[in-house]
Design a protein around this ligand. Structure first.
Ligand SMILES: [Zn+2]
Length: 193
């Protein structure tokens, strides 16, 4: 899948939402990425997993590690493409934890897989858990990167880089235009099934 094809597919699947959104940072934006919509078709999800595997030029991982919920499907599909195991972290009381008797073997080569790199916070938390368990993080992969100029302290690759414009509420042109704002994830019935 080329970047152009991927962008078209994300648009077609409704994963790139257009409107007026309140982000978790408190800033406003005219776009929002909802990757779950791009992954609802299992065949497409498998293709995206294969694309992430192809993008990775480094050592083969022993394990794909993803933070739930966003990383679940794409992490699983990427592990399938690599032919390695997949486990995930869950957020409990604000902290990402290994649960369900999941274990990371000492020196296991790990790639962290996410749907979107947004602020990079969950990726760094996942990295911290992997290090604590004595795994070796080779790098991180995602479908979409919207971190801008921020970088991880390990190699990372994404299928698509998106620069979304965000505004402080006081300088938001959408607010000035009187467009009602919505909190992503709260809307029902538009493209979801
Ligand atoms: Zn606004």
């Amino acid at each position: 899948m080329t970047e152009k094809n991927l962008r078209e597919y994300l648009n077609r699947s409704g994963a790139i939402l257009k409107g007026h959104f309140l982000l978790s940072s408190g800033r406003h934006s005219d776009n929002y990425i909802q990757c779950a919509l791009a992954l609802k078709n299992p065949r497409k999800a498998a293709i995206l997993g294969k694309c992430l595997k192809k993008l990775w030029r480094g050592k083969k991982p022993d394990l794909i590690l993803s933070p739930a919920m966003g990383g679940l499907i794409i992490g699983h599909e990427t592990a399938k493409a690599f032919g390695c195991d997949f486990i995930f972290l869950e957020r409990v009381g604000g902290k990402l934890l290994l649960r369900r008797s999941f274990r990371i073997k000492t020196d296991a080569n790990i790639i962290i897989v996410e749907d979107v790199f947004t602020t990079g916070k969950s990726t760094m938390e996942t990295f911290a858990v992997a290090e604590k368990e004595k795994g070796k993080v080779l790098g991180a992969l995602s479908i979409v990167d919207r971190m801008g100029k921020r970088k991880f302290p390990f190699p990372s690759k994404s299928l698509l880089k998106l620069r979304l414009k965000t505004y402080p509420p006081s300088a938001c042109p959408l607010c000035a235009g009187g467009i009602p704002i919505e909190k992503p994830g709260s809307r029902r019935g538009r493209k979801e099934i």
